[in-house]
Design a binder for this molecule. Sequence first.
Ligand SMILES: NC(=O)c1ccc[n+]([C@@H]2O[C@H](COP(=O)([O-])OP(=O)(O)OC[C@H]3O[C@@H](n4cnc5c(N)ncnc54)[C@H](OP(=O)(O)O)[C@@H]3O)[C@@H](O)[C@H]2O)c1
Length: 332
Amino acid sequence: MMDYIAEQNRYDEMKYFRSGKSGLKLPGVSLGLWHNFGTNDDFENMEAMCRTAFDLGITHFDLANNYGPEYGSAEENFGKIINGTLKRYRDELIISTKAGYDMWPGPYGNWGSRKYLLASLDQSLKRMGLEYVDIFYHHRMDPETPLEESMMALDTAVKQGKALYAGISNYDAKTTEKAMEILRDLKCPFVINQVRYSIFDRWIEKDGLKKFASENGCGLIAFSPLAQGLLTDKYLHGIPKDSRIRKDGRFLKESAITKERLAQIEALNQIAKERGQSLAQMALSWVLRDGDVTSVLIGASRPEQIRENVKIVEKTKFTEDELRKIDEISNR
Ligand SMILES: NC(=O)c1ccc[n+]([C@@H]2O[C@H](COP(=O)([O-])OP(=O)(O)OC[C@H]3O[C@@H](n4cnc5c(N)ncnc54)[C@H](OP(=O)(O)O)[C@@H]3O)[C@@H](O)[C@H]2O)c1
């Protein structure tokens, strides 16, 4: 695979949006490596997904220290890809990783201490065989560690040249505002908050984060925009063998497929058809509908899904009537 040459026209169709008020632009669709890049997954498929994504203008690949399983294995597998087929394209790529969840035993392998964050980033760089990542995230709010300490650790990572930008993930509006203030005082380039957001999960609207971010130059990248696959037509006729529920079941469980959920998915699927999109495409377009979200962070189990999903950047406008119907269905 060393002789892979990316598509000449890879930048023709994708759209790139500025992350907050920073200098960094991200593709409308980014690829996350949470699932399907672990120890027991097929390496050829991983490589094919990364190549397909890049050929379609997806410049942003998102990781975390503990993606796998085994913890760290997604970074190791991606390390082989970025040092193999994608090596010559490093300067065209935005690679992110995170620390904040359970990683290694004892009091220094979790949450938000300086001790954990900086040691974890060193481990991530080693696993990926990289000198720096583009974005280093604190993965979740830590109720015990002072916010200053976690933010100063991100700043140190940037000042050491191990990360170009700082990010936070799963931070609510109030804490995002404080984190931004601290990073601004440190003159640390903060770019984005990575949060769960989909037609089925509106917490960033209720919390005020979506509005705060758009008014205050904070980028947002939406993870699990398909609610891990629920917002597609795949579960409408039973649970396929090759679906996340059957193959993994740790994070998306069979119990998520209730009669009520299926009725919502069916109704949304109908609206998608009327728009000339698949349900997956409509769900992703919806996230980008008003410009508040910088990028929609998808997962994929095969290259075809990525091909289908990137098409959404052409169709992110909705009519008032469509939006009202989608709200009505998701509130049922
Ligand atoms: N910061 C955080 O705390 C956090 C938490 C979670 C995730 N993330 C990030 O967000 C990324 C995406 O999360 P996610 O994987 O939950 O996102 P998602 O896009 O909601 O779900 C992805 C899954 O949906 C299915 N799918 C994708 N495209 C499809 C299509 N066109 N048709 C049918 N099914 C389709 C695939 O599952 P099948 O296996 O069923 O085919 C795929 O693995 C992660 O990789 C990670 O980088 C961050």
